[in-house]
Write a protein that binds this ligand. Sequence first.
Ligand SMILES: Nc1nc2c(ncn2[C@@H]2O[C@H](COP(=O)(O)OP(=O)(O)OP(=O)(O)O)[C@@H](O)[C@H]2O)c(=O)[nH]1
Ligand SMILES: [Mg+2]
Length: 449
Amino acid sequence: MAETKPDKPGFLSRLFGRKAEAPVVPEPAPETPRAGGHPDTMPSPPANAADDLTAAPPTVTTASPDTTEEDKTPPELAGADLQPVEGLDPEGTNPQEPLPRIVTEAGLELRPDIAAADLPAPEPAPAEILPSPAPEIKPSPARGWWQRLTEGMRRTSSSLSDSVTGLFTKRKLDDATLEELEDALVQADLGVPTAMRITEAIASGRYNKEISPQEVKTILAGEVEKTLQPVAQALTIDRTKKPFVILMVGVNGAGKTTTIGKLSQKFRQQGLTVMLAAGDTFRAAAIEQLKIWGERVGAPVLARGQGADAAGLAYDALQEAKANGTDVLLIDTAGRLQNKVGLMAELEKIVRVVKKFDPSAPHATLLVLDATVGQNAMSQVELFQKAAGVTGLVMTKLDGTARGGILVALAEKFRLPVHFIGVGEGVEDLEPFTARDFAKAIAGLEATS
Ligand SMILES: Nc1nc2c(ncn2[C@@H]2O[C@H](COP(=O)(O)OP(=O)(O)OP(=O)(O)O)[C@@H](O)[C@H]2O)c(=O)[nH]1
Ligand SMILES: [Mg+2]
């Protein structure tokens, strides 16, 4: 992807009193579209095929160079092998008739792969749905979150570290050095206002003196933490809402379905009952992917055949979850590019329909952002916020990019809560976002405290 460096006032000009507004950052186009994918889709990692979950060879996506063998996600859980549905109306203006729902003895699992004609008339779901017992999920061995975070963010931190070390080794703090530092920070996607603040903090009281790379990193981490602190907010499940409805939105391949799986696992571990709604009805494989996650974490999945109306499905899922006293309902949606008006209108419809059932829902609308897209994340936030009223962010794939600094720019500009970050494909590779850990990891500082 072409890197666009935003214009910014230089350090010298600021020293002479010119106060700058943060310039509008041009949005580079997303990377190459996925071959053969939905016409408006973003790229997904390469395809893999495997039928057996346990025997599946580990996937390697381009986004996880440092992922260990044990942590890799089986191909069935990755979006990689998902194919687009032929003949669907991409603008969502003419959705196909939903297929009849098929209730299994588990109470919820609806099988789009079984022809409706082969079965007796669909029965209503039983009043109580007991989620299947959560299967054992292998924790990532002997690697705590701090280790996974710092390892995952190594590309971002080492690119920043390299610039800092190169600039400040045996050099006095002069205008040229400060200019270069500010450039490096903007280049690292931190955003112009934060880059300016960091540079000013470093310059303050140290002009013409020597400063060690370690000192620079410490100041950098401190300033980044200040920017991130207000947005580092936990996702709180309001237990008075039954179900607490979480709508997941984002562009194709951002990590929505995987994040639903990871979140479900966390909620289940907290003793909450969880239900999943397979609202990505564009592709049969997307429905299957969610079902596998559901099985894995012990959450029933409400699904219909491909091409079904996503808004109608979301409504039914709400009804079902309410009837069964489910604590949390997570609604998956199809990936869509933020600038495709028709697809964004379909998302608005999902929100409208959900509100018809419960005006307070969705209680959280989480935008999943893939860190590797860099500056494009800015327009994703802007447009998804307009269409779906995003309440919080989840940033994934921080392990696959040197562009993790974008989270700082997003925090500065939109001030939306950041609830979770993902640093790998494994079920354990998602954790609540904390400003200090992230700031230290990005600055390449050693330990957390
Ligand atoms: N390295 C890495 N890979 C991730 C992370 N989160 C998700 N992925 C991978 O990204 C790919 C796409 O994830 P999905 O969850 O299918 O993405 P999606 O947003 O549901 O995609 P669509 O349904 O196509 O819109 C999969 O291969 C995931 O395993 C992460 O934090 N790190
Ligand atoms: Mg998906």
